[in-house]
Ligand binder design. Structure first.
Ligand SMILES: Cc1cc2nc3c(=O)[nH]c(=O)nc-3n(C[C@H](O)[C@H](O)[C@H](O)COP(=O)(O)OP(=O)(O)OC[C@H]3O[C@@H](n4cnc5c(N)ncnc54)[C@H](O)[C@@H]3O)c2cc1C
Length: 413
């Protein structure tokens, strides 16, 4: 069977791309390596702007999130309420969410094949692409949405693989009423270099479970185990069981650190984590994967109409990615990343920012937006930089001197 488009990978990036391409009338197949309902190691926190792609039904968005709590070794809990409809978010299991996204792609007309691991991609001289796995499929164009599980495929195609860090997490079963009382509808984020250098730890409440995890450069099981002993968490999870998925309680997974330089070649576009789209402030990547999937699908539709899947035609995907994801968001997320994780002052900056924000509504709104993504990263950066002197005053002379070279480097990103 010859398809117009083959999408490889049924995560948020691939499912969104398949839905949009199928809606345009193209003949699309989505090939997913795992079986239906696979567990994905992810805290599952998403901001409301995901609903721009498709509304999130009750039940899939397991718990509505309306605020957050920040912890540093010195200060905490620093609580914020994200008021307003667009500020809310959800915490959910990726098992449910990804299945929902694949189902809506299927409803739009995409064919879906689970349990199909793509092992090779080859091109013919007649302009076809052969996608090989348990069987073989042919198409005009391929969208690679394999997360970080398709590195070999990318390398084989002569394409870059993004640099990555790793996360470790487990889901603890806790009755809903206890979660309501002890955690509420708030995500907890820990900024503490004693827990993990160059990374964060979190507690994300779902309806009847909480995801507890840690991510960062060189993260190991020992980091995770010591986080579970944190004084704010230890008693709350004492005696609670971890959920088992695929025979395992504790899961680890990689997450990309940076966008690749060229996410396209003739007949191929790379989206989502495979392309390095995750935002490295809190390492969220679901929205970004969906946005890149949407943009790639739109470029596919144009190329399909023009019958041109050449490199120049698909380069439009890269331009759109730069315009809609990089210029006002990822670029500034990299600046924040540099400031937080490369200054050696992670917890001090969080404390100082929150302290300024308590007296300054605009700063508070921008700080909250780092979590809710209701403002562009550019706007949040501009607000923070306009308070640079206040920030330095909060940090004190010694820390400000340490901060200065990082700020200079961040400003050049
Ligand atoms: C510990 C942790 C916590 C996280 N928490 C959050 C969070 O709270 N919020 C957030 O927004 N992001 C979070 N992320 C990031 C988020 O999980 C990713 O950014 C997101 O899943 C990227 O979506 P994707 O579609 O690009 O890739 P994926 O979701 O990884 O999907 C890729 C799919 O491709 C399939 N695949 C791989 N290779 C092949 C192949 N050869 N053939 C066929 N199929 C293949 C895989 O089975 C998988 O289903 C977290 C990540 C980690 C590691």
């Amino acid at each position: 069977m010859i398809y117009d488009l083959i999408v490889v990978g049924g995560g948020p990036g691939g499912a969104t791309a398949a839905k949009i391409a199928a809606e345009s009338g193209a003949n699309v197949i989505l090939l997913e390596a795992a079986e239906e309902g696979r567990y994905k190691c992810c805290a599952g926190g998403i901001p409301a702007r995901n609903e721009a792609f498709s509304p999130i039904p009750h039940g899939v968005g397991d718990r509505e999130i309306t605020g957050g709590v920040l912890f540093t070794p010195k200060s905490g809990p620093m609580e914020f309420e994200a008021l307003g409809k667009n500020n809310k978010g959800y915490c959910m299991f990726r098992t449910d969410f990804d299945k929902f996204l694949v189902n809506i792609a299927q409803d739009a007309g995409a064919q879906v094949m689970y349990g199909f691991r793509v092992k090779g991609i080859e091109f013919t001289n007649h302009g076809d692409v052969y996608v090989k796995g348990p069987t073989e499929y042919r198409s005009k164009c391929v969208i690679l949405a394999t997360g970080l599980g398709g590195a070999q495929l990318q390398r084989h195609l002569g394409m870059e693989v993004p640099p990555m860090i790793s996360g470790i997490q487990a889901e603890f079963v806790i009755p809903e009423s206890v979660i309501d009382e002890q955690f509420g509808n708030r995500v907890w984020e820990f900024f503490d270099r004693a827990l993990i250098d160059h990374g964060i730890a979190w507690v994300f409440p779902k309806r009847e479970a909480v995801s507890i995890g840690i991510l960062g450069k060189g993260v190991k099981m020992t980091h995770f185990e010591s986080f579970l002993k944190n004084s704010y968490i230890k008693d709350k999870i004492a005696g609670r069981k971890m959920k088992i998925f695929g025979g395992r309680k504790v899961w680890a997974a990689p997450i990309p650190d940076q966008l690749i330089a060229k996410p396209y070649r003739e007949r191929v576009m790379v989206v989502g984590d495979a392309c390095g789209t995750a935002d490295p402030i809190l390492y969220e990547g679901i929205y970004q994967a969906r946005l890149s999937g949407k943009l790639a699908a739109e470029v596919f539709c144009q190329a399909f109409e023009e019958e041109d899947f050449g490199e120049t035609s698909l380069a439009r995907y890269h331009n759109l990615l730069l315009k809609h994801l990089y210029e006002e968001d990822l670029r500034y997320a990299y600046k924040f990343h540099h400031l937080l994780y490369h200054s050696g002052l992670l917890e001090r900056i969080i404390e100082a920012t929150f302290s300024i924000a308590r007296e300054d509504p605009e700063m508070m709104q921008s700080t909250i937006a780092l979590f809710t993504e209701t403002e562009t990263r550019k706007k949040s950066w501009e607000v923070m930089m306009s308070r640079k002197l206040k920030l330095m005053k909060q940090l004190g002379i010694k820390n400000s001197l340490r901060l200065a070279p990082t700020l200079l480097r961040a400003s050049r990103i």
